[in-house]
Write a protein that binds this ligand. Structure first.
Ligand code: 3HC
Length: 293
C-alpha cells in the first residue's frame, strides 16, 4: 500500500461526477462532492440517491448499507470544503476556462500533498497540470460511462507527474474496485482513441444510408459480443463528448478516420446530444436514462 488516506473530494456532480462520488463512497471513502451552487448540489445529490435507491430496489444493497454510504458523502457548494481532502477528482464540463477556475481553487485550498486528478476525456492532462503549482501531483483518472459499472480506469501520466503520484492513483483505482491502466497523455489516451473513431465510422455508414441505425447496432452486438452497438453507445456517451474527442484526435493526428462526420457535428449543433438531451440517434424521451440512473 502506497499511502493510507480516506478523504476524497469530487468536483462536479453531473452524470460522471455523481457516479464517481458513489463509487468512492461505496468503497468506504469519506467523500465531499462539490458543485457550483445549491441548485447543482441538489441535482448531484439526487443522482447519487437515485442510483443507490435503484440498487436497493434490485436487492443489491440493504437499506442500512445505502444509508451508511449516503452518510459518507457530504454535498457542498464550497470548494473550501476540500481543505482536508487527500485526493480530489475533478469532473466538471470539458471547457478549459472552467478547469482553469477549478484547478486554481484546488491548488489554493488543498494541502500541498493532495493529489489532483482530472476525469477529462478531451483536454490535455499536461495542460491542466500546468494550471497548478504542483504539476508533479496532477494526474488523469479517466472513468467510463456509466462510472459505477465500467471497470476500466485510465491513469493518465504526464511528463511532469511523479511516479509516486501515478502509483497512488493506480492504487486508489484498485481500492474502488476498478482496473487501472497507465496510459500516456495523448489525444484520446488509449480507449477513446480506439472507441471514438469506431463510433465515427458507424455514423458515416448511417449518414451514407448504407444501413439503418438498428442494422448498424445489431451488426455489432450480434457479432462482436459488445453490449451496445456504436450508435446506442454514442447516445449514452453524449454526442458532444464524442465530437470533442474526435476534434482533439483530428487536431493531434490529422488522420482522416478522425475527421468528425458532418452529421455528428450537425447533430451536436442542433442539441441532439443523445440520452442527456432526450434525443440523439434514438429517441430517449420515454426511456430510462442509464447515464442518469
Ligand atoms: N449506474 C449504475 N449502474 C448502472 C447504470 C448506471 N448509470 N447503468 C446500468 N447499470 C447497472 C444496472 O443496474 C445493472 O446492474 P446488475 O446487472 O447488477 O443488475 C447492470 O449495470 C446492467 O444494466 P442493465 O441490465 O440495465 O442494462 P445492460 O445489461 O444493457 O447494461 C450497460 C447497461 C452497463 C450500460 C451496458 O450496456 C454497457 O456496458 N454498455 C457499454 C458501455 C460502454 O462501453 N461505456 C464506455 C463508453 S466510453 C466513455 O465513457 C469514455 C468517455 O470519455 C467518452
Amino acid at each position: 500500500m502506497v499511502q493510507e488516506f480516506d478523504k476524497v473530494g469530487v468536483v462536479g456532480l453531473g452524470a460522471m461526477g455523481a457516479g464517481i462520488a458513489e463509487v468512492f463512497a461505496r468503497a468506504g471513502f469519506s467523500v465531499t462532492g462539490v458543485e457550483i451552487d445549491a441548485a447543482a448540489v441538489g441535482l448531484g445529490r439526487d443522482r447519487v440517491h437515485r442510483s443507490l435507491d435503484k440498487a436497493v430496489s434490485k436487492g443489491k444493497l440493504t437499506d442500512s448499507e445505502r444509508d451508511s454510504i449516503i452518510d459518507r458523502v457530504v454535498f457542498s457548494a464550497e470548494r473550501e470544503d476540500l481543505a482536508d481532502a487527500d485526493f480530489v477528482v475533478e469532473a466538471v464540463p470539458e471547457r478549459i476556462e472552467i478547469k482553469r477556475d477549478v484547478f486554481a481553487d484546488l491548488d489554493r485550498v488543498c494541502p500541498p500533498g493532495t493529489i489532483l486528478a482530472t476525469n477529462t476525456s478531451s483536454l490535455s492532462v499536461t495542460e491542466i497540470a500546468a494550471l497548478t503549482g504542483r504539476s508533479d501531483k496532477v494526474v488523469g483518472l479517466h472513468f467510463f460511462n456509466p462510472a459505477p459499472v465500467m471497470k476500466l480506469v485510465e491513469v493518465v501520466s504526464t511528463v511532469g507527474a511523479s511516479s509516486g503520484t501515478l502509483e497512488v492513483a493506480a492504487e486508489v483505482a484498485k481500492r474502488i474496485g476498478k482496473t487501472p491502466v497507465v496510459v500516456p497523455d495523448r489525444a484520446g489516451f488509449v480507449a477513446n482513441a480506439l472507441l471514438v473513431p469506431y463510433i465515427n465510422d458507424a455514423i458515416n455508414v448511417y449518414e451514407r444510408r448504407i444501413a439503418s441505425r438498428e442494422e448498424i447496432d445489431t451488426a455489432i452486438t450480434k457479432t462482436a459480443g459488445l453490449p451496445m452497438g456504436p450508435l446506442t453507445l454514442a447516445d449514452l456517451v453524449g454526442l458532444d463528448v464524442c465530437l470533442a474527442v474526435m476534434d482533439v484526435l483530428w487536431e493531434e493526428f490529422r488522420d482522416p478516420r478522425c475527421a468528425a462526420t458532418p452529421l455528428l457535428r450537425r447533430m451536436v449543433a442542433a442539441g441532439l446530444l443523445g440520452r442527456k438531451s432526450g434525443r440523439g440517434f434514438y429517441d430517449h424521451t420515454g426511456a430510462d436514462n442509464p447515464a442518469e440512473e
